[in-house]
Ligand binder design. Structure first.
Ligand SMILES: [Zn+2]
Length: 664
C-alpha cells in the first residue's frame, strides 16, 4: 500500500535517551585493566564516530529484511522465526508490531515471543527491552557488522480466542498472521521497508494467500519481496486439507478465490448454491462500488474451533468460522454476512481509511473516532450484501436488523456513554467481558452503524425522490477508478462533503446528534422510513433459534432482562429490568425455576404461564458458593424482536436489499 498524506514520522523519544553502550558484549575480565580501560575509551570514541556517520536515524530505511518462518511444529503451537536485518554498527532499536491493523488495539502478542536471540557474524549480540515500551528491544551492533540475525519462537496457548497462534493453529491447518513473526527497525514507515519472506510448511500441506510466490522447493516457499505493510496485510492459510474454489463471476477480470481449510472433509463440502451465493457476493460488490482497489482477492476461511470473527486486508480476508460454518444453514444464518463484511473493508477501511487509523507503522497508537464509519458502514453494507447475494433471505436480514434494533433500544449504557465514546474507547472495549455489557456498552459502533447508515440510505433515497442511494455515496467516496492497493486517509469533513455531493442535507447535524445522544433509546428512524417497525412477539425468530442451537445463547433480555447461556449461567443483566430489580447479576447461575430444575424450556414455560398467574417467578440461584432464592416480578410472557411491515409507507427496505448485479 502507498500511504498518502500519512503523518510525518516523529523521532522516537526513546532513541534520544538510549545510552550507546547498552546491550554491548562485555570486555572479558581476564584482559589487563589498563588495556581494558584504554580499549574501552577508544572503542567508545570509535562507536560514537561511526554512529554519527553510519547509523540510520530513526525512521531511516535499512535494506530488505529477510524473514524465515518454520511452521513444521505448528500443531504444537510453535513457529520458529529467523530474520536477517541489515544495519550499520551502533545502537539500533527493533520493535515487534503492537497496534495491529483491523484489530484497532495494542494486541501484538509480545508475551508469546520466547527464545529471543540476536547474533552478528556468529557472535551473540545482547539485547535489552525498553524500560517503558515492552515491544522495543535495544541492541548494539558491533563494529564492522552490516547485519544482525534475530531468532525467536512464537508460541500459542490452548486459549481459543482472538488471532493468537493458539487460535490460528491446529493439527492439520494454520493461519499465519505475519505481524506476529517480524521485528523491524523502530520508526521506519512500514510502507518504505522491504521484506522477503520464506515459509516452511509441514509435509504435504497446501496454502492460499494473496502474496506472490517467487519460488517453491518442496515445502519451502519463498515469496516475492514486498513492503512490510503488504506482508502484514497478506495472511496465509495452510493445511493438509485445503480447498480452493474460484468464485470469479462472469465478466470480472480480477481473480477471486475461496480458500478453505478444515480438519474434516465434511466441513469443505459446501453446497453448490452457497458457492454460487459467494460468487454473487463478488458480483454485488462490483455493482455496488463499480471499481476495485486490489489486483486479486482471496477469502481465506478457517473452519475450526469455536471462534467467529474476521480480519480485513486489502487483497484478502482472514475469516474464522466453526468447522461447519459454511456447510451448515444455521451457522450461515448467524455468520452469513462475515465474508461480505470483511470484503467491504477492502474499500471501506483499506482503500479509504480514517486519518486516525492511517498510522505509518504498528507502534504508533491509533485513534478510533471514525470507527462508526470504518466498522459501522461496513457492518451495514456487509449485511445488505448478504441479502443481495442470497446468502441471507430478506427474512434473515430483517431478523438480524430487528435483533440489532432491540438490543440497542434496550441498552441502559446509552444514557451515560454516547456512540462516539464507544468508537474512541474501542481499544479498551474490544475483548471486554459480556458481563454487564448492556450497562458498559461494547463496540456498539458496529451494530449501531447498521442503524445509522440505514438511516443515511433512507434519507438519500427520500431527499433525492428515489434517484440516489447510499450506493452512490459508496461510489463517490470509495469507488472512483480501479487501482492496485493504495490507501487514502479521510476526515469527518470529507464524509460530509462526499454525502453532500450526492444529496445536500444537514449530514453534520445528523451525525452529531447520533454520535453524542444520551437518549436511553436508539434512533430507529431508518427502519421506520424504510416502511417497517420494531415489535416483539412471543415466538423466537429463526435467528434466535440458531443462536440458541449454535451459540448456546438464551436471549431473555427483552422479557425478564437477562441474557443466559443454555446451562443457566447469567451472562448479562440489563439495569432497570425485572432481573435487575430482583437483584440478579452476571456470573450467577439459574438452578431452578418455580421449583423445577432449570432448562431453557422450563424457563420459557414459566414465562408463558406467568402471563396468566399473579405469582412471581420463583428462582433458585447460585452466586459463587451460595444458594439464593430470588423472586422476579414479571408477567408479560416471552418477548423476541421482529420487524413488522408498516403499510402506510413504501417498502424501501426491500428496494435496498434487491440485487444490483445480473449474476445469479
Ligand atoms: Zn470490520
Amino acid at each position: 500500500m502507498i500511504e498518502k498524506n500519512s503523518k510525518a514520522n516523529p523521532i522516537h523519544p526513546l532513541m534520544s535517551i538510549q545510552p550507546l553502550g547498552r546491550g554491548r558484549v562485555r570486555t572479558p575480565a581476564s584482559t589487563p585493566i589498563a588495556w581494558r580501560l584504554n580499549f574501552y575509551f577508544l572503542r567508545q570514541v570509535a562507536v560514537i564516530f561511526l554512529a554519527f556517520i553510519c547509523v540510520p536515524k530513526t525512521g531511516a530505511v535499512s535494506g530488505p529484511l529477510k524473514l524465515s518462518v518454520d511452521a513444521q511444529q505448528v500443531a504444537r503451537r510453535i513457529l520458529h522465526v529467523t530474520m536477517t536485518i541489515p544495519t550499520a554498527p551502533g545502537p539500533i532499536t527493533l520493535v515487534y508490531p503492537k497496534w495491529i491493523p483491523g484489530q484497532h488495539s495494542p494486541v501484538g502478542p509480545i508475551n508469546d515471543v520466547v527464545g529471543l536471540k540476536f547474533t552478528s557474524g556468529g557472535a551473540a549480540v545482547l539485547w535489552q527491552r525498553d524500560d517503558v515500551d515492552m515491544y522495543a528491544f535495544h541492541l548494539q551492533v558491533p563494529l564492522g557488522a552490516s547485519e544482525v540475525e534475530a531468532e525467536f519462537y512464537l508460541t500459542g496457548t490452548s486459549d481459543e480466542s482472538g488471532y493468537l497462534l493458539g487460535n490460528s493453529s491446529a493439527q492439520q491447518q494454520m493461519m499465519l498472521d505475519w505481524d506476529q513473526v517480524i521485528l523491524y527497525p523502530l520508526g521506519v514507515p512500514t510502507d518504505a521497508q522491504t521484506i522477503q519472506a520464506q515459509l516452511t510448511l509441514p509435509a504435504a500441506w497446501k496454502f492460499g494467500t494473496a502474496l506472490a510466490v517467487d519460488s517453491q522447493e518442496g515445502q519451502v516457499i519463498t515469496f516475492k519481496p514486498v513492503s512490510v505493510t503488504m506482508l502484514v496485510d497478506s495472511p496465509l492459510l495452510a493445511g493438509a486439507r485445503l480447498r480452493e474454489i474460484d468464485i470469479t463471476p462472469p465478466g470480472e477480470t480480477r481473480i477471486h478465490k475461496l480458500d478453505l481449510a478444515a480438519e474434516s472433509a465434511a466441513a469443505l463440502d459446501i453446497p453448490e448454491d452457497v458457492i454460487a451465493h459467494y460468487r454473487r457476493l463478488v458480483a454485488e460488490t462490483g455493482a455496488l462500488f463499480k471499481a476495485r482497489h486490489y489486483e486479486h482477492y482471496n477469502f481465506l476461511v478457517w473452519l475450526h474451533g469455536t471462534y467467529q470473527d474476521g480480519l480485513e486486508h486489502h487483497q484478502s480476508s482472514d475469516n474464522r468460522l466453526p468447522e461447519m460454518g459454511l456447510a451448515d444453514a444455521q451457522w450461515r444464518r448467524i455468520q452469513g454476512d462475515l465474508l461480505g463484511h470483511e470484503m467491504v473493508h477492502s474499500w471501506n477501511g483499506k482503500y479509504r481509511r480514517p486519518a486516525g487509523l492511517a498510522t505509518p507503522n504498528y507502534q504508533e497508537p491509533i485513534k478510533g473516532d471514525l470507527l462508526w464509519v470504518y466498522e459501522g458502514l461496513t457492518n451495514y453494507l456487509g449485511q445488505v450484501l448478504a441479502a443481495r447475494s442470497g446468502l441471507w433471505t430478506p427474512d434473515d436480514y430483517r431478523d438480524r436488523l430487528a435483533l440489532i434494533a432491540a438490543e440497542l433500544d434496550n441498552r441502559p449504557g446509552r444514557s451515560w456513554r454516547p456512540l462516539q465514546d464507544t468508537a474512541v474507547s474501542a481499544p479498551i472495549l474490544y475483548g471486554s467481558s459480556p458481563e454487564w455489557e448492556a450497562w458498559r456498552r461494547s463496540a456498539d459502533f458496529y451494530e449501531e452503524g447498521s442503524l445509522l447508515w440505514l438511516e443515511v440510505d433512507t434519507i438519500i433515497r427520500t431527499q433525492s425522490k428515489g434517484t440516489k442511494t447510499l450506493d452512490d455515496f459508496c461510489r463517490v467516496f470509495e469507488g472512483g477508478e480501479s487501482t492496485p492497493p493504495v490507501m487514502i486517509p479521510y476526515t469527518f469533513d470529507d464524509i460530509v462533503t462526499a454525502l453532500n455531493s450526492v444529496v445536500p442535507y444537514d449530514w453534520r447535524g445528523l451525525f452529531h446528534a447520533r454520535l453524542t445522544s444520551l437518549s436511553p433509546h436508539a434512533a430507529l428512524d431508518g427502519i421506520y422510513t424504510a416502511g417497517w417497525r420494531l415489535t416483539y412477539t412471543d415466538t423466537p425468530s429463526e435467528l434466535n433459534n440458531a443462536m440458541e442451537a449454535k451459540l448456546d445463547s438464551l436471549d431473555m433480555r427483552f422479557s425478564i432482562g437477562m441474557l443466559l447461556d443454555i446451562s443457566g449461567k447469567i451472562v448479562d443483566v440489563l439495569p432497570g429490568t425485572p432481573s435487575d430489580i430482583a437483584g440478579l447479576a452476571p456470573g450467577m447461575s439459574l438452578i431452578a425455576v418455580n421449583r423445577r430444575h432449570f432448562s431453557p424450556q422450563v424457563l420459557r414455560d414459566a414465562l408463558k404461564r406467568g402471563k396468566d398467574t399473579p405469582a412471581d417467578l420463583d428462582l433458585i440461584i447460585t452466586n459463587q458458593d451460595d444458594f439464593l432464592t430470588v423472586r422476579v416480578e414479571y408477567h408479560a410472557g416471552e418477548r423476541y424482536p421482529r420487524l413488522e411491515r408498516d403499510g402506510s409507507k413504501p417498502d424501501m427496505l426491500s428496494s435496498i436489499l434487491a440485487p444490483l448485479s445480473a449474476v445469479r
